[in-house]
Write a protein that binds this ligand. Sequence first.
Ligand SMILES: [Fe+2]
Ligand SMILES: [Fe+2]
Length: 203
Amino acid sequence: MNALASKLSPSITNMIRVDHTHVLSNFHQYDPEASDGTRQALVNQICLALEIHAQLEEEIFYPAMRAVAGNNEVLNKSAPEHDQMRQLIGRLRDMTPADLTYDSTFMDLMRDVMHHVADEETVLLPEAERLLADRLNELGAQMTKRRLQLAAPHTGEIAMNTMRTMPASSMLVAAGALLAGGYLFKRSRGWHFRQPGSLGHRR
Ligand SMILES: [Fe+2]
Ligand SMILES: [Fe+2]
């Protein structure tokens, strides 16, 4: 791999954190009241992202850690936890959103992934930054290259799922930004334009 590209790449630990943040924010978009199509598209998107992330960790991150970390309890249980996650993903794919246990199976997946992510972020990633300090960018570059290979066969599916989940989520984000903007605007007016002596005036 090009040495300069490796040096300029984000570190593997930050890439893993970004993936985690992304999937957790997708979890928060899940609305059991949403239509079957919207829920299914979001679940499909999350499952695919989790599968690619897990494979990247298993092929690149965990082996690099195993070589330097010795007998690390969190590392030892990481791959079996991925397998457990894949079982839940398989069950979700065998169901339809109309299935009575669809939402609860998704919540099981969400809970397991949150525990797994918490272990990685509080134990494995700091450990990697200590033990693999001089390899973090090179491993990040490897991860980017492999991610493109793994995602390539799914680009159509990813675009379709994004389109089907986008309206609700983007409206939510837009509404959130508007509310936050309105609140800040009101605050700024309160701070700068209230008449001296009026209730709550701050100076
Ligand atoms: Fe993992
Ligand atoms: Fe992870």
